[in-house]
Design a protein around this ligand. Structure first.
Ligand code: IVH
Length: 664
């Protein structure tokens, strides 16, 4: 039997988590910090592991993914998930509008729903009695892939609908990446030495169509609904459908417009095009639909696309230019990236002179060669890329670009990693890697050293003044002042900045080391568990594994990194230079109330202020109000409302005597 108070606590936490998911994914708002959200989730997991019957299918904890499949089962769509016909100009849309008026014999312009055209992957979600039972990709429109376990991991998709859901509901929409999530994910991938995704659409499709749903669970995908397979009862228009979906807790686009007449549609199109860069996700045009269900039905559909809707794409932010040369850039982890040097061209509001070609496979797929005319694209905030090559009008093309077999910077050996389709320079002392590591050391999330830019890092390496980051701290004023574009004043400032960096905390220090897979976030986790550099350097794999959020791969990376002689030598030189980076954790770990949140209520014999100090010395955090995040309530005689709430939440309640016993 699950105690009532536990049931209600689990219920309350679930409601809270759903509420915060909805807020973030449907309203783009945040009311709690990531760590508060995680604390709610942890508490729920804790309750469900103690009382496994609590872990129902619709619990937010069930979004972690499950055993990999060998292939996706297929799923049939009836009615088919259609595609859209395009219009290419205001004139063509006018023609579309005239045809509708003529065929339906309307007296006036009909109302249209004008919606941002999201650039992701179309999926359908099947709800029965308000519970998500199946989900699949569009596939060829009639038959898609059943990706239910994957879709269940998306936090923006409710596993259970709110209010009063229809018995059967099939929601259609797009799985996408928000721009910020996409960037964060790529930064993380790069810190792991993995190939970044090329654009949010590829990333969404690649992430959702994973046979191992645990991989999907690790990718921050979002979902936005744009329709249903059939009209729910009582719903007779696109805009009232959106209201219903939102009421049920399903994210709909906040930028859908209801328009009448060609002029209004055109205005909405231009408005969205202008605001495109400020939207949280990539869009590539608008979708225009007859708003009224009855009119849609009367227009009907052809085999491939409905006759009541059209897509009107934005002018592609593409331009044609000359590919002057292809160069290879070497990054901090040694990755070789082919970069196109271009005849500068104005695209999407900025002039670009360089564009990425991603990797060898992409380069050859596009068959771009120096001298070619190429199409370049700048999609939103994404790095400019070469889309394809148009070859050369005179047909006298240059040779196919041969990817180097040795590092263009140090001539060191290059290895190809098939899985990531990446090439990497294997020379540990490659100057390009050193230059990038120095630059990374001074970057904002790391040691935040103003003035240590990439040009300076390059000079320090080229002039052999620095062999690793510890050498930065032996640089003298005259040495620095002798560099290009460095007067006495900037040299002096840099020395001061370097001195300031000596007092940085452990999180920044770890971030700066650039350990594969360890960015700012993981560095933060480590610094709450270890009190100083010595503890960190001497930890074994199990101690790393004990840090929440660190799995076997990272634990192994960390252990290997800190065991290497080169690392240890550099670290000991950094310590000699004056670094004593401190974390907030470790020494607290052994304390009796470490990591626990305590609330005092009712009459206790100790003065409150003293009780608080004692609790804090024992490692606790003391707060004044009870919530699901409270761990222990110390209650004395006469405790009222807080005690009642603590009972309701099923918190641990102890007496003053018990408190004193524990801290001793
Ligand atoms: S309606 C029957 N609405 O565009 C109507 N589609 O080119 C078909 N898309 O497969 C879907 N945003 O993946 C619709 N607001 C929107 C959309 C949208 C993006 C995608 C969808 C569809 C493709 C058709």
């Amino acid at each position: 039997m699950i105690p009532e108070n536990v049931k209600s606590e689990a219920g309350n936490i679930r409601e809270l988590i759903r509420y915060h998911n909805r807020l973030y994914y449907s309203e783009d708002r945040i009311e709690i910090s990531d760590s508060e959200y995680d604390a709610l989730m942890r508490r729920l997991i804790e309750l469900e592991s103690r009382w496994p019957k609590l872990a129902t299918d619709d619990s937010p904890t069930q979004r972690v993914g499950s055993q990999p499949l060998s292939r996706f089962p297929s799923i049939l769509w009836d009615p088919a998930m259609l595609s859209l016909d395009n219009v290419f100009s205001a004139e063509e849309f006018s023609e579309f509008n005239r045809r509708i008026i003529r065929e339906l014999d309307l007296e006036e312009d009909p109302a249209y729903s004008v919606e941002p055209k999201l650039d992701g992957l179309a999926v359908a979600l099947i709800y029965r009695n308000g519970v998500l039972v199946k989900a699949g990709t569009r596939g060829d429109g009639s038959e898609g892939e059943d990706v239910t376990p994957n879709v269940r991991t998306l936090r923006s998709i409710p596993l259970k609908l709110t209010s009063d859901p229809p018995v059967d509901l099939v929601v259609r929409g797009e799985v996408i990446f928000r721009k910020t999530d996409f960037e964060k994910m790529n930064e993380y991938r790069e810190s792991l030495g993995l190939e970044p995704f090329i654009n949010p659409r590829n990333a969404a499709s690649g992430s959702l169509r994973q046979l191992d749903s645990r991989i999907t669970a690790s990718r921050p995908l979002s979902f936005i609904a744009y329709g249903t397979a059939r009209w729910p009862e009582g719903i007779a228009s696109q805009h009232s459908l959106f209201n219903l979906l939102a009421e049920l807790g399903i994210p709909v686009n906040p930028d859908n417009f209801l328009c009448r007449g060609v002029d209004e549609v055109e205005k909405a199109y231009h408005r969205l095009e202008e605001n495109r860069a400020d939207l949280p996700w990539e869009i590539d045009g608008v979708v225009i639909k007859l708003d009224e269900a009855s009119l849609q039905e009367r227009m009907g559909a052809l085999s491939r696309s409905p006759r009541w809707a059209a897509a009107w794409k934005f002018e592609a932010e593409e331009a044609v230019t000359q590919l002057i040369d292809i160069e290879i850039q070497v990054g901090r982890t040694g990755r070789l990236t082919p970069v196109a040097r271009l005849e500068p061209v104005f695209v999407g509001g900025v002039t670009i002179a360089n564009a990425t070609l991603h990797n060898e496979d992409e380069l050859h797929r596009k068959d771009a060669r120096p001298g070619d005319t190429v199409i370049v694209r700048r999609a939103g905030d994404v790095i400019p890329e070469v889309v394809r090559s148009l070859g050369r009008p005179d047909e006298k093309r240059g040779k196919r670009f041969e990817f180097p077999r040795s590092c263009p910077v140090c001539d060191g050996p290059v290895a190809r990693e098939e899985e990531a389709s990446a090439h990497r320079c294997m020379n540990p002392s490659c100057p390009a890697k050193l230059r990038e590591s120095l630059f990374h050391w001074g970057s904002r999330d790391a040691l935040d050293i103003e003035g240590l830019g990439s040009k300076l890092a390059e000079q320090l390496v080229d002039k052999d003044m620095v062999n690793d980051v510890s050498d930065l701290y032996n640089l003298t004023l005259p040495q620095l002042a002798s560099l290009d574009r460095m007067g006495d004043k900037s040299a002096d400032n840099l020395i001061r900045e370097l001195g300031k960096s000596l007092t940085s905390n452990l999180q920044r220090f770890i971030t700066g080391l650039g350990i594969p897979g360890i960015g700012r976030t993981v560095a933060g986790l480590l610094s709450t568990r270890f009190s100083d550099l010595h503890e960190l350097m001497n930890a074994d794999v199990d101690e790393f594994l004990a840090v929440e959020g660190i799995g076997p791969v990272l634990a192994d990376n960390l252990h290997r990194f800190f065991s290497e002689k080169i690392t240890r030598d550099v670290l000991s030189r950094l310590i000699d230079a004056g670094f004593k980076p401190r974390g907030s954790g470790a020494s607290d770990l052994e304390k009796p109330l470490s990591g626990l949140t305590v609330v005092f209520t009712g009459g206790i014999s100790l003065p409150r202020s003293e009780a608080r100090i004692m609790a804090e010395k024992a490692g606790a955090k003391v707060t004044g109000s009870i919530s699901a995040r409270t761990d222990i309530v110390v209650a004395g005689p006469g405790a009222g409302e807080k005690l009642r709430k603590a009972r309701e939440l099923g918190l641990e309640i102890i007496s003053e005597d018990e408190f004193l016993r524990r801290i001793n």
